[in-house]
Design a protein around this ligand. Structure first.
Ligand SMILES: O=P(O)(O)OC[C@H]1O[C@H](O[C@H]2O[C@H](CO)[C@@H](O)[C@H](O)[C@H]2O)[C@H](O)[C@@H](O)[C@@H]1O
Length: 421
C-alpha cells in the first residue's frame, strides 16, 4: 500500500491535533505543566529502530586542560577579590510540575519518548516511503538550513552573526554513555574556525567545566547547567539589568561569571545524593550532577523499568519543593524553579557582547532538545534570528530551520566560515 501525499499530510495534521489535545488536557489537569511539556510524534512500528541508537564516537581522547576549573566546587578561574563583593542577582521564581502521581509519571515518560521518537523503519518499502513523505512534509515547515543557506545569511553583510551551539546531539552524536559523548576532531576544528569569524558560545545542560572538557576551545563563551552558569565577555556587559560577577580567566582575560541559581548549590548536591540513593537499585540508571541541575538518565534502563525509575525520582522530588523537573532525550532533569533557561542565557550573552539592540545582530542557534526550544523562541523574537533544530525525525518545534544530525551541523558551520572568508 502506498499512501498519497495528501493522506500523509492528513495524518500529520491529525497528529498535531492529538498532540495539542493532549497538551490541553495536561494544562487543565496540571496547570503548571504546560510550561514544560512538549509532546512529539511517536511513529511506532513493531520493528522500530531507535533514532537514538548508539553511534560510534569518532572523537579524540580528551585531556583536562582548560582555562576553566574542572572542579565544580572551586572557582579557580576567579580572582578572589572579584567574587565576594557582588550581590547574588534575584531571578523571578517559576514553578514547574514535579508531582509524583501516576498521571505525571506517564506524562514524563511519554514526553521523554517524544524527544527521542523512533524512526518508523517499518516492515515494508511502503512504510519507509510513508516515513520519508511525513518527514518531507515536516521539512516544508522547517526547511533545511543548508538548502536555505542564502536565506539564513541574507542580511549578514551588514549585521554581526553570533553563533550559539548546543552540545549533546548537536556538536556530538547521542551515545549510550554520557561520559563518552566526544565531538570529532573535525567538528572541533570547524567550531574553532567559526569562532575565528564570529562570536561563538556553547550553551549546554552539562556543567560548564564538563562541556569545556569536551569542546576544549578557549576562544568560545560557555554557558553550562542549561544557561545557569555563564562565563561571558566583560566588554559591553555594563548596564545589563542583571549583572554578572566580574572575574578573570586563567589567561588573564576579563570575563563575567553569571550564576543566577548560585544559592541552590547546596540543595542540588543534596538532591543528587538522594537521587543516587533512591535509584541505585535500577539497573542502567545514571545520575549526573551538572552543578546547578541534575540529570537522571533512562537511556540504559530497560523500558519496563522506566515507570519505577520515574516513580523514584518523583518521590525524591516531594522533599524538594523548590526544585522542578523537566525532560530531555531519555533523561529527566532536576533544576531550580527559577525563570532562567537557555533563552535567557542567549539574551544575557547578546547583551554582554554589546548587542543591546538585537536588530544589529543575527543570532544563529543550533540545538536538538526540549531545553533548546526556549532559545529558539528567544532567537525568533529578534529581527534576523535563525533557529535551527537538529533532528532526523519529525518533532514539534519552534525552530524555523532544521538540520538532520551533527554531520549536517558541521557542513552548515563550514559554509558559514566559507561565506565569511
Ligand atoms: O544541552 P545539551 O548539551 O544537549 O545537554 C543535554 C543533556 O545531554 C546529555 O545527555 C544526552 O546526551 C547523552 C550522550 O549522548 C545521552 O546518553 C543522553 O541520553 C542524552 O539525554 C547529558 O548527559 C545531560 O546531562 C544533559 O543535560
Amino acid at each position: 500500500m502506498v499512501l498519497k501525499v495528501s493522506e500523509v499530510s492528513g495524518s500529520l495534521d491529525r497528529y498535531h491535533e492529538e498532540f495539542e489535545g493532549a497538551e490541553g488536557f495536561l494544562r487543565a489537569s496540571f496547570p503548571s505543566f504546560g510550561e514544560t511539556f512538549v509532546g512529539g510524534m511517536a511513529l511506532r512500528s513493531k520493528r522500530s529502530v531507535s533514532a537514538d541508537s548508539p553511534t560510534s564516537s569518532c572523537g579524540s581522547s580528551l585531556s583536562v586542560a582548560s582555562v576553566i576549573s574542572t572542579s565544580p566546587s572551586k572557582s579557580s578561574v576567579l580572582s578572589a577579590s572579584s567574587v565576594c563583593s557582588m550581590p547574588i542577582p534575584v531571578v523571578p521564581q517559576k514553578k514547574y510540575s514535579a508531582h509524583a502521581d501516576k498521571g505525571n509519571i506517564h506524562t514524563w515518560i511519554d514526553a521523554m519518548r517524544a524527544q527521542s521518537p523512533p524512526h518508523y523503519h517499518g516492515d515494508t518499502v511502503e512504510a519507509f516511503d510513508i516515513e520519508t513523505t511525513i518527514y518531507n512534509s515536516w521539512l516544508e515547515k522547517h526547511p533545511s538550513a543548508l538548502s536555505s543557506f542564502d536565506k539564513v545569511i541574507k542580511h549578514a553583510v551588514k549585521k554581526q552573526i553570533v553563533v550559539f551551539l548546543d552540545y549533546d546531539g548537536t556538536l556530538s552524536p547521542i551515545v549510550e554513555d554520557p561520559e563518552r559523548a566526544f565531538m570529532s576532531a573535525e567538528m572541533r576544528s570547524t567550531v574553532k574556525d567559526v569562532a575565528s569569524c564570529f562570536p561563538t558560545a556553547v550553551i549546554s545542560g552539562r556543567s560548564r567545566p564538563k562541556v569545556y572538557d569536551f569542546v576544549q576551545l578557549s576562544e568560545l563563551y560557555y554557558a553550562g547547567s542549561h544557561g545557569m552558569d555563564i562565563m561571558g565577555p566583560a566588554n559591553g556587559s555594563d548596564g545589563f539589568r542583571v549583572k554578572g560577577i566580574k572575574a578573570r580567566d586563567k589567561k588573564g582575560n576579563d570575563v563575567v561569571l553569571f550564576q543566577p541559581a548560585i544559592e541552590y548549590l547546596p540543595l542540588i548536591n543534596k538532591v543528587t545524593t538522594a537521587l543516587l540513593e533512591s535509584t541505585k537499585a535500577i539497573k542502567g540508571s545514571k545520575v549526573e550532577n551538572n552543578k546547578y541541575c541534575v540529570s537522571v538518565h533512562f537511556r540504559r534502563v530497560k523500558e519496563e523499568l522506566w515507570e519505577a525509575l520515574a516513580e523514584r525520582v518523583g518521590n525524591v522530588m516531594k522533599d524538594f519543593p523548590t526544585l522542578s523537573l523537566t525532560h530531555g532525550r531519555k533523561v529527566l532533569e532536576v533544576r531550580p524553579s527559577i525563570a532562567w533557561d537557555k533563552g535567557k542565557a542567549v539574551e544575557f550573552l547578546l547583551k554582554s557582547l554589546g548587542f543591546k539592540d538585537t536588530s544589529d545582530v543575527i543570532p544563529i542557534y543550533l540545538g536538538d532538545d526540549k531545553t533548546d526550544e526556549d532559545a529558539f523562541k528567544m532567537v525568533n523574537t529578534t529581527k534576523y534570528g535563525c533557529s535551527i533544530l537538529v533532528s532526523s525525525v519529525v518533532k514539534p518545534t519552534e525552530a524555523k530551520f532544521s538540520l538532520r544530525d551533527p554531520l549536517e551541523v558541521m557542513e552548515f558551520l563550514r559554509r558559514l566560515v566559507d561565506w565569511k572568508k
